[in-house]
Design a protein. Structure first.
Length: 217
């Protein structure tokens, strides 16, 4: 007695052919998605590296007179107020020169969340918060640097504490434990953790098959 007739064999062959085709399409889709994620991870990581370098440049203590040449004295603004605002403006000038980079970085956040998950996008928020702190410190120092008369020693000491606090954010290397560089280091660690997993092959078909085989063994 034959176990399978010709029609049964044909049916099985058709089923196998369909399964192979479906699996091949699915495998191609996974591979294609994996490649897109790798490209996104590489681009994102490069943007973060560049942004960190730019932030370090923005905070560099060395400044040049021509960086703030276009800052003019306002009506009713004292010389002390003008010089303080002009000195603080170096941060705004440097940031604006690199505005396109930060725009690209923040715009890529949505694509990053769509492909790799919203929970992985925290470094984008963190680096924006860092630039916000630096700009905020510049605004504060433009006012604090202009003050030079105090009624009591206590008020002068309180003022100086504020100056020291914001200068540590404004300038790189002012304090032994740089608060901004520490945050930047942590941001890079977090974004590397996410991106390098993808770049090193976690999103490819090869790694997917290895993972499946490992689970089945």
């Amino acid at each position: 007695m034959e176990w399978f007739d010709l029609d049964t064999v044909k049916s099985i062959s058709i089923i196998i052919t369909i399964w192979v085709a479906v699996y091949g399409i699915d495998a191609w889709r996974r591979e294609h998605v994996g490649k897109r994620q790798i490209e996104l991870a590489e681009d994102t990581l490069a943007l973060f590296y560049e942004a960190v370098d730019v932030i370090k440049h923005i905070r560099h203590p060395m400044s040049y007179a021509n960086e703030t040449d276009e800052i003019t004295q306002l009506t009713n603004e004292s010389n002390e107020q003008y010089e303080a605002r002009k000195s603080a403006s170096v941060v705004f000038v440097r940031y604006q020169k690199n505005q396109e980079l930060f725009n690209r970085l923040h715009a890529s956040r949505y694509r990053f969340m769509a492909q790799l998950g919203k929970e992985k996008a925290k470094p984008f928020d963190d680096i924006r918060a860092v630039t916000g702190k630096i700009i905020g410190s510049a605004r504060m120092l433009s006012k604090l640097w202009a003050r030079n008369h105090f009624r009591t020693d206590e008020r002068w000491e309180s003022h100086q504490k504020d100056v020291d606090k914001f200068e540590a954010i404004f300038w790189e290397g002012i304090s032994d434990e740089d608060p901004i560089n520490e945050q930047l280091d942590q941001i890079i660690i977090e974004i590397e953790k996410t991106c390098k997993v993808v770049i090193e092959g976690q999103g490819t078909l090869h790694s997917f098959l290895n993972m499946k085989m490992g689970k089945n063994s």
